[in-house]
Design a protein around this ligand. Sequence first.
Ligand code: ATP
Length: 235
Amino acid sequence: MALLSIDNIATAYDRIDVLHDLSLELEEGRITCILGANGAGKSTLIRSILGLTPPNRGDIRFAGQSLIGLPTHRVIAQGIACIPEGRRIFPKMTVAENLRVGAYQVADPAEIARRADEVYALFPRLKERRDQLAGTMSGGEQAMVSIGRGLMAKPRLLIIDEPSLGLSPLYVKENFRIIADINQLGISVLLVEQNVHQTLAISHYGFVLSQGRLVAHGDAKRLSENDEVQAAYFG
Ligand code: ATP
């Protein structure tokens, strides 16, 4: 059974359709990417999954259970965490405080500390800087805070929206390596990106969106060798 299955959804803002009869499936344990140029509908797909802009038609199932009609906090409680585009950390809070916010559904302080230790093991830099105000860190470090905060919820599926946006090439590389490490821990990842090459390099499977429609999908390796897809959708 697919971990996430999107079945023929249509999503609109006001009355303008943005996603048209979109279907896709994510297998558990993998990194699946959604690629597409500006305006392809990638963020709208995330909004549909999270129940922020629910689809008008179709079904979205997570671990076999429909998410349609659930408010966002209940979608998240099923085991889905989302790291938004632009990172949105809390700048006036320390690194450690930012992480704690990500575990707001957990009451036990020992469990929160255990999860923070797991995040610090992935990001030693955050451990060194746990008491620094997050807003004073570099863009790449803030990206780590944002991913770490998502991990504090111990999600079964981590959705990451354009993690490479606005980062220097060095941090992009490091962040992608970390996303692969997170997947190695057994967390399924849905990676939404415009950065085609590096995304396909760490993904197992990819879907390509254009103007709200699915135009290609396949094993990441095959997609990265598909010149037609590359030329048509990524220039
Ligand atoms: P980007 O990479 O630039 O974030 P995207 O692939 O995520 O692009 P979306 O943000 O999903 O694309 O946008 C898809 C279409 O929906 C675009 O035509 C956009 O103008 C439109 N759209 C997005 N948000 C809204 C909104 N709140 N109200 C009306 N139209 C919107």
